[in-house]
Design a protein around this ligand. Structure first.
Ligand SMILES: Cc1cc2nc3c(=O)[nH]c(=O)nc-3n(C[C@H](O)[C@H](O)[C@H](O)COP(=O)(O)OP(=O)(O)OC[C@H]3O[C@@H](n4cnc5c(N)ncnc54)[C@H](O)[C@@H]3O)c2cc1C
Length: 534
């Protein structure tokens, strides 16, 4: 396991002196900015509250099985020479490898009908046109792909604006955001209804909406388009599993004299005047850094990590009122003590109704059909799984849930949450097993072990206040919030991760790239392009 415990860290030399940067949280956003700053010669300290490094890229083990938590596929990384491929190679000094998923990387199932998402723009267009062969639908599909290309062509202007020094952003920011806002101000449903009236087609085109966690009438079309473009050429999975991201970035940080510490909860960011100078740990220890970077999410950072007088001074509470948390999630993690031939793809499973909005509204209670469920098989995706965990197969099912359903168990202790909590999880687990066996009927009757996570688990392990799956919700309004960027109103305090960019593994990582660019005052993407050949 990478990193060192807080207890060990406290005993070591490493705990002395002022760090060039202190990073709160070891998710993709935290480790990526730490790796870049380390490669620029800085001494970086990463502090993680959980006892495992990696944020949503951590994995957990039980009885000889291992399951990833928040990484099931990442677009573009498996194709040598793409920007994301180079970014990950840079962050990990070429130590992280990616295994491609099957050419059919996503499968959407509505009732008994399956729609496949094959790798490649042309292939996906053809597949869709076979499912929807009328002249009108074929024209709508062309219009949809044109829209996706238009968003893709906007390039990086929106993100580049996030790293402009604040005084320049005041002058040029509006212009740089303009192109994106044209798409981000529309909901996904509005954008799609403008090109087709076919509800089924809209249902299929938005079948991956679980990847950003918000149904089409509420999500920003920009988020939808970014996501659809991201997976257009298929996807990769880390060889050795999701924890390989931490395993390959932590040594880069340590080699530069830094440290990555687990079981290290930060209680407060120490601010003198209006300058962030350190962090106060849960045990009261103050650690000092020239810069403080938060990967803990904008809500944690602006509402509970900063001192009250600073929150008031900058009206941070008011800024947060423009954001809503993304939905929470539940996971079913299943182990089988034999090997199965399973596809390296994901299943998106829906009721026999293509209207995601109606499905979501119908799912107001636990007994309603699940509006969307995701199923996949990590052991099938990882080419090393039979070496590291021979004779084992793993499966996962993820569903979106309101945090409110679990609110009453906030603050309760693990394994002591009571019978009603266990009963609630068991009811949902039953439904999730149905989903799993729809995706892979051959697994029925073969389960050796399973476990169910709730939004309370996500809150406990990853620290998101409402057990959020993707940080702040990706509504049109979110994309208008100019404070979602590395710079904060507090001098030397920066944001990284998904809230500084957008949700996803690559979003978290690119949040780190942006944050490092703001701190180093240079375009880190150019550095990466120059350093990583091929
Ligand atoms: C179930 C699920 C499935 C997903 N599947 C995919 C997928 O297949 N592909 C994809 O691209 N994306 C996926 N995602 C999204 C992706 O995992 C996230 O968008 C991304 O990992 C977020 O990275 P981050 O660094 O911003 O935040 P996080 O990974 O949440 O990291 C934040 C870290 O900060 C720590 N922290 C918080 N408060 C403190 C504190 N006070 N002191 C110290 N540490 C603190 C937390 O413990 C955590 O480790 C999935 C997410 C989930 C939940």
């Amino acid at each position: 396991m990478p990193g060192l415990s807080y207890l060990t860290f406290r005993k070591q030399e490493a705990s002395k002196g002022v760090y060039d940067a202190i990073v709160i949280g070891s998710g993709t956003g935290g480790l990526s900015v730490a790796s870049i700053l380390s490669q620029a010669g800085q001494r970086v300290l990463v502090l993680e509250q959980h006892f495992v490094i990696g944020g949503y890229t951590h994995a957990f083990q039980r009885k000889g099985y291992i399951w990833d938590v928040g990484l099931h596929y990442v677009g573009q990384v498996h194709i040598k020479g793409t920007l994301l491929n180079k970014v990950f190679r840079y962050l990990t000094k070429e130590q992280l490898e990616w295994a491609p998923l099957d050419d059919i990387y996503d499968r959407a199932i509505f009732g008994d009908k399956e729609y496949v998402f094959p790798r490649g723009r042309k292939n996906l267009m053809s597949a869709l046109k076979e499912y929807f062969p009328t002249t009108e639908d074929r024209a709508s599909i062309d219009a949809y792909f044109k829209l996706l290309s238009d968003v893709d062509a906007l390039g990086t202007m929106y993100y580049a604006e996030k790293v402009l020094p604040p005084f320049l952003a005041k002058f040029f920011g509006g212009l740089m955001r303009e192109g994106t806002l044209k798409y981000s101000d529309q909901t996904t449903l509005e954008a799609l209804k403008a090109i087709t009236k076919n509800e089924k087609l809209i249902g299929v085109l938005t079948a991956q909406y679980g990847d950003y966690g918000l149904q089409p009438s509420e999500s920003s079309f920009y988020m939808h388009a970014v996501l659809a473009n991201h997976y257009m050429e298929g996807a990769g999975y880390p060889v050795g599993g999701a924890p390989r991201f931490a395993e390959t970035t932590v040594p880069v940080i340590e080699q530069a004299g830094g440290a990555v510490v687990f079981s290290a909860r930060v209680n407060e960011i120490v601010v003198e005047g209006n300058t962030a100078v350190g962090v106060r740990m849960a045990d009261g220890t103050v650690l000092r850094g020239k810069r403080i970077i938060s990967d803990a999410g904008v809500v944690n950072t602006f509402s509970s990590l900063l001192p009250q007088d600073i929150i008031r001074k900058h009206k941070l509470d008011d800024m947060l009122k423009n954001l809503t948390p993304s939905l929470a999630h539940m996971g079913l993690y299943v182990g089988f003590k034999e090997t199965f031939e399973l596809p390296k793809c994901n299943y998106w499973i829906f009721p026999d109704v293509y209207d995601h909005v109606a499905n979501q509204h119908a799912a107001a209670s636990l007994d309603a059909p699940l509006p969307v469920a995701f199923a996949s098989f990590p052991s099938a995706k990882d080419p090393l799984s039979q070496t590291t965990h021979p004779g084992r197969t793993t499966a996962e099912v993820i569903i979106l849930t309101p945090f409110d359903w679990f609110k009453k168990w906030q603050g309760t202790e693990k394994h002591k949450r009571g019978e009603d909590y266990e009963a609630m999880k068991a009811r949902v687990a039953e439904k999730m097993f149905d989903i799993l066996f729809r995706a892979a009927p051959q697994l029925r009757g073969k389960v050796e072990y399973y476990e169910v996570s709730s939004p309370i688990s996500a809150k406990h392990y990853v620290g998101h206040p409402s057990g959020e799956i993707y940080g702040t919700s990706h509504t049109p309004k979110r994309f208008r919030q100019t404070f979602l960027k590395p710079y904060t109103p507090v001098k030397n305090l920066f944001l990284t991760g998904q809230d500084a960019m957008i949700a996803s593994i690559s979003g978290g990582v690119m949040g780190g790239v942006l944050c490092a660019s703001a701190i180093l005052k240079k375009n880190v993407i150019w550095t990466i392009q120059k350093t990583i050949k091929g």
